[in-house]
Design a protein around this ligand. Structure first.
Ligand SMILES: Nc1ncnc2c1ncn2[C@@H]1O[C@H](COP(=O)(O)OP(=O)(O)O)[C@@H](O)[C@H]1O
Ligand SMILES: [Mg+2]
Length: 276
């Protein structure tokens, strides 16, 4: 299946977002398709989190349209978005360290949605469902649903959160910097899970500022700079160097050197402090 030939599940058309006088997003137009990973790239402050908050019902756009399956929709609350199958997984998996795997799997799930067959919490059944979901994503090392979420590695927690979203019928999976706090092995693990979600036909929106992680899973890339889509391209159309340069917002080494010289000239010859 070639992603670009299918119609988008979720689409933004000319979306703007302001907070009072501050314009954060400018005229964002983007499409996400089933079985495809859209990587949203951009430096700190570019507007990535604001953009995904619009897709997940946390913020309402100041102007512009959101469409699902070609129909205009409006998400007034995160619940509206989640009822339409949009799931967001945050950097730390958003799970509860002191809860068991089985219990955390069903937190916030309404009795009518999949929880139906059991009236009271059935620990064994919940554990079984949660462990099966995890194992179906290739996390075969975990076989005890009574284990506490807090004892899982960062990558395993992310995997649990993704498996949970998929189990409860997510169609669009939004991952906000899922690999940012992880080591190489753990990150590779999460990237495999992303590929598995894609294989199952979900549309995945993967937010990162790590170009290598984006290139490992992305079918489609959008680079945000100061709240606008500065580049929009498909896998294979740009090299790693080109993507890195785009993310730097067109700043060349010469620009950086002259900024550093300017700083030193006004700070007794001290170089600027380094930051992450
Ligand atoms: N609620 C808000 N009110 C005012 N400004 C905001 C608000 N949320 C975000 N911003 C501003 O919007 C810009 C983009 O922020 P954000 O979406 O968090 O970027 P990113 O996730 O790419 O780092 C930043 O300059 C930030 O200060
Ligand atoms: Mg952010």
């Amino acid at each position: 299946m070639t992603g670009s030939s299918t119609s988008p599940i979720l689409e933004l058309r000319n979306v703007n977002k302001s907070f009072g006088p501050i314009d954060v997003l400018h005229d964002i137009t983007l499409q996400v398709r089933a079985g495809e990973v859209l990587c949203l790239l951009g430096d700190n402050g570019a507007g990535k989190s604001t953009l995904i908050k619009i897709m997940s019902g946390v913020y309402i756009p100041t102007s512009g349209e959101i469409l699902m399956d070609g129909q205009a929709v409006r998400f007034d609350t995160p619940r509206d978005a989640s009822e339409k199958g949009i799931a967001t997984v945050h950097q730390f998996g958003g799970t509860f360290p002191l809860m068991s795997i089985g219990r955390s799997f069903f937190v916030g799930v309404e009795p009518t949605k999949g929880w139906g067959p059991f009236k009271v919490f059935d620990r064994k059944k919940a554990n079984h469902i949660a462990i099966n979901a995890l194992q179906s994503f290739g996390i075969t090392r975990i076989d005890d649903g009574d284990r506490l979420v807090g004892g899982l590695s960062g990558g395993e927690r992310q995997s649990l959160a993704i498996a949970r979203a998929v189990h409860f019928g997510a169609r669009v999976l939004i991952l906000d910097e899922p690999t940012a706090a992880l080591g190489v092995k753990q990150a590779a693990h999460v990237l495999r899970i992303v590929n598995e979600a894609k294989r199952r036909g979900l549309a995945v929106i993967f937010i990162t500022h790590q170009v290598m992680h984006a290139m490992a899973v992305g079918d489609h890339f959008a680079v945000l700079i100061r709240g606008a889509v500065a580049a929009d391209f498909r896998r294979g159309e740009k090299s790693r160097e080109q993507i890195t340069d785009l993310m730097a917002g067109g700043e060349t080494m010469a620009d950086l050197e002259s900024q550093i010289e300017g700083y030193m000239a006004t700070h007794d010859g001290h170089p600027p402090p380094t930051h992450t």
